[in-house]
Ligand binder design. Sequence first.
Ligand code: FMN
Length: 224
Amino acid sequence: MKQLILMAAGLLMTACCCNQQPTEVEPVATPVVYEAEIQLPAPDLTRGTTVGEALANRRSWREYSVEQLSLEELSGVLYAAAGINRPETKRLTAPSALALYPIRVYAFFKEGIYRYEAEEHKLVRVKEGNYMAVLGAQPFVAEAALNLVYVADLSVYADKPIPAEKVLYLCGQDAAGYAENVNLYTAGTGLRSITRGSASAELLAVIGLDAAQYAFALAQSVGK
Ligand SMILES: Cc1cc2nc3c(=O)[nH]c(=O)nc-3n(C[C@H](O)[C@H](O)[C@H](O)COP(=O)(O)O)c2cc1C
């Protein structure tokens, strides 16, 4: 009898184990602390859908909630835009014409403006405060948790025999690659984004950049 009870208990346990659904592990969501530097964790390269699903879901979003991005999401967004994916050559997730990499990535939060430093995968504060108003008149721009600004450093072309208008064209093309990487990352990870071509004339001055050396290339709102 005792043997029968033990056998039944064993069978029951096996049945329970076999019926168990794999428990989905919730992604870590660390809140961002907007200090002078925001050290981003290494990007989680396993996060998100397949590339095919991301392509199928890619669209421009013009509605955003007030919800902030987590530190892990921010890491993924910046890695997608301009993260170093080949440390031996310091080349990025996005391509660049002539591998000159003129694009500098600025992150505008309600808490301040930060510059992305790819080598250390961190954000460095440029100034505190909410400057979203200089990024465009469409209302969702100020509502999104993050606005990325792609600024071209024209000095990288200084010794290249390329006409000025062609330089601006190349910078715009580079920036579009950065932005589209982000659009695919957001589409694959349940975030929202939109590439935007406009910003106010004060933008460079607000960031503290000299218009003789830098040119606005592209902007992008990112959020939830
Ligand atoms: C270079 C570029 C600049 C854009 N600028 C804006 C913009 O300033 N405001 C906006 O609402 N949408 C902007 N868009 C988004 C387009 O309007 C959008 O991609 C288009 O309507 C197609 O919609 P979809 O992206 O959802 O497929 C821009 C897109 C690109 C590629």
